[in-house]
Design a protein around this ligand. Structure first.
Ligand SMILES: [Ca+2]
Length: 200
């Protein structure tokens, strides 16, 4: 059976326009997945977990006229610090574009590991104590506070709550000490009473 080139071309175009699982820049996603061993979808940087292509909320087919204009500005933000807000990117995606500019970002497609070196080191968008760079490298979500490598989250929480933990331990020790002396007191009282009864 011969394939009609027109139909093939149209199908390819339709897939491009409506394909729900198209990934904008799969190089970064692939790198993070391989490095972290975790399944990472487009939602690390995009509004929609299937990426920008499609008509669902957060995807290109769903944008209003105003959002399309914002998208145009974001796509033209080749230099850093353009202060754009792409409606198809989440806060981390926009942080990347605003920190590095589109030009530098596109250049890093061949070396996606470089993104970790170029992003601001101390930025922690979800304020969970794990920097965006570390979340990128460990494949956890930089905008979800509860998502982080368990050991890293434990260390951060331990450091943040150390004062409370010390107080709790001190209260427990004091409580046990008090209980010990109370029981000792009862013991002495009981023995005294026994002695009284025996002598009486
Ligand atoms: Ca974080």
């Amino acid at each position: 059976m011969r394939t009609n080139p027109f139909i093939t071309g149209f199908t390819a175009l339709a897939a491009l326009a409506f394909g729900g699982t198209a990934h904008a820049y799969p190089e970064f996603q692939k790198y993070v997945s391989q490095k972290s061993g975790r399944t990472v979808n487009c939602a690390m940087c995009h509004m929609h977990s299937d990426g920008p292509e499609g008509a669902a909320p957060g995807q290109i087919g769903h944008l209003t006229m105003g959002e399309q204009a914002e998208l145009g500005r974001a796509r033209a933000a080749f230099e850093p610090h353009a202060n754009v807000k792409s409606p198809i990117l989440n806060a981390f995606g926009n942080h990347i574009i605003n920190s590095l500019g589109k030009k530098q970002f596109l250049e890093m497609r061949v070396t996606p590991s470089e993104l970790a070196n170029k992003l601001p080191k101390d930025s922690d968008l979800d304020v969970d104590g794990i920097t965006d760079v570390d979340e990128y490298l460990t494949g956890t979500h930089p905008l979800i506070k509860s998502d982080g490598r368990p050991w890293l989250l434990f260390k951060v929480n331990l450091a943040a709550n150390l004062g409370q933990i010390v107080l709790m331990l001190a209260a427990t020790v004091l409580g046990l000490w008090g209980l010990h002396h109370l029981l000792h007191g009862f013991d002495v009282a009981t023995r005294l009473q026994d002695n009284d009864e025996e002598s009486g």
